[in-house]
Design a binder for this molecule. Structure first.
Ligand code: NAD
Ligand code: TDX
Length: 351
């Protein structure tokens, strides 16, 4: 419509992006949401079935590594804001194919920044909101938390590519005056997550009575946040954050992988009416991930103080919602685990 602002969300057919697109389409009738996604293996329009015909929503299939396409799109639609999530997102895939991470995460981001430069001066409230990860800070020992001032020290090709993209965003702010904000979030979980990531992989394997591959000794620690709480934080940041700032987002919810695996097994035994302890027998220690970061933990004090954000669901609630979603949406799981997934699984876990 005429009075609507055009907002671009990239990577909206993926896991986190789908929750953000839904939230913005449903909450902001004054926005027209354009979802730009290349539909890689990780992009899935089934994630957005319920809103696909909303009048303030348009899906655009396209690749952010295509500079001409991106530039043309920005000149045509004159976005007032960009929320950039499109990325290659899986650490293990970055170890076998780093270059596709360089292309999408670095080159793709710079293409979006260049296209933003062509239009932002016509839009007094233009904002480039870049979605990033806590992995850019590297690895913690047993103590301490990442703050917004922690020096970058990425250890995987994935986190190196995300760190680079963060630096480009900040550099475009300093050099060209592009209004931007960045957030760095801990591990997300919830509905629509591709079953290459730990939680949905283990849920799917428990359903199928297959081994649960735990890397190394399983004593690696991650901080977990329910995806809708991340989307809520992003909504606050997009509308209220101070320009040029970085915000860390985390769940105040650290778990060792082995303890998380056991918790998942207990919850799944109940949901599937299996004998207590049945799923835990599936836990299998396998070869470690190279360069495996020992521990991530986020100090989310800044977003809490400045924007009043805190997680709304407990881990137990979030996990139950997640498990229920995968059990109900077994067709979604069937679709994404057929075809290429089988090849990926073989290469990753059976060689
Ligand atoms: P995902 O892999 O589920 O989704 C990525 C989406 O980007 C897919 O829909 C894919 O089709 C699309 N895409 C990939 N390459 C593209 C390209 N060249 N052009 C256009 N679209 C392309 O990822 P996710 O887990 O939802 O992560 C989204 C963002 O959040 C990423 O930037 C990631 O770095 C960041 N992040 C993720 C987590 C997490 O725990 N998953 C945590 C913190 C930050
Ligand atoms: O099969 C597995 N076995 C295992 O032990 C897999 C897939 C993972 N793991 C371990 C590795 C990590 O310590 O579980 C932990 C979580 O692994 P992932 O789900 O692959 O996530 P992680 O590597 O921590 O990165 C995630 O969080 C930050 C997302 O994939 C990133 O996109 C995000 O930026």
């Amino acid at each position: 419509g005429k009075n609507q602002k055009n907002i671009l969300i990239t990577g909206g057919a993926g896991f986190i992006g789908s929750h953000v697109v839904r939230r913005f389409v449903q909450s902001y009738q004054n926005y027209h949401i354009y979802n730009l996604d290349a539909l890689t293996y990780a992009g899935n329009l089934e994630n957005l079935k319920d809103i696909e015909s909303a009048p303030n929503y348009t899906f655009l299939k396209g690749d952010i590594t295509d500079a001409f396409f991106v530039e043309t799109l920005f000149l045509e639609l004159k976005f007032e804001g960009v929320i950039h999530l499109a990325a290659e997102s899986h650490v293990d895939r970055s170890i076998t194919d780093p270059l596709s991470f360089v292309k999408t995460n670095i080159l793709g981001t710079v293409n979006l920044l260049n296209a933003s430069l062509s239009i932002y001066k016509e839009k007094p409230k233009f904002l480039f909101y870049h979605i990033s990860t806590d992995e850019v800070y590297g690895s913690l020992g047993i103590d301490g938390h990442f703050t917004e001032d922690t020096p970058y020290s990425p250890n995987s090709p994935y986190s190196a590519s995300k760190a680079s993209s963060d630096h480009f965003v900040r550099a475009y702010g300093e050099t060209y005056g592009l209004p931007f904000v960045i957030s760095n979030c801990s591990n997300n979980y919830g509905p629509n997550q591709f079953p290459e990531k730990l939680i949905p992989l283990f849920i799917n394997n428990i359903i199928q009575d297959k081994p649960l591959p735990l890397y190394g000794d399983g004593n690696y620690t991650r901080d977990w946040l329910y995806v809708e709480d991340h989307a809520m934080a992003m909504d606050l940041i997009f509308h209220q954050a101070r320009i040029g700032e970085t915000y860390n987002i985390g769940g105040f919810n650290e778990w060792k992988n082995i303890d998380l695996a056991r918790l998942l097994c207990r919850l799944m035994d109940k949901k599937l009416d299996r004998k207590a302890g049945a799923s835990e027998k599936l836990i299998t220690f396998v070869k470690d991930r190279p360069g495996h970061d020992v521990r991530y933990a986020i100090d989310a004090g800044k977003i809490n103080k400045e924007l009043g954000w805190k997680p709304s669901v407990t881990f137990q609630e979030g996990l139950e919602k997640t498990i229920d979603w995968y059990l109900v949406n077994h067709e979604w799981l069937d679709h994404v685990t057929s075809g290429d997934y089988k090849e990926y699984y073989k290469t990753q876990y059976q060689s």
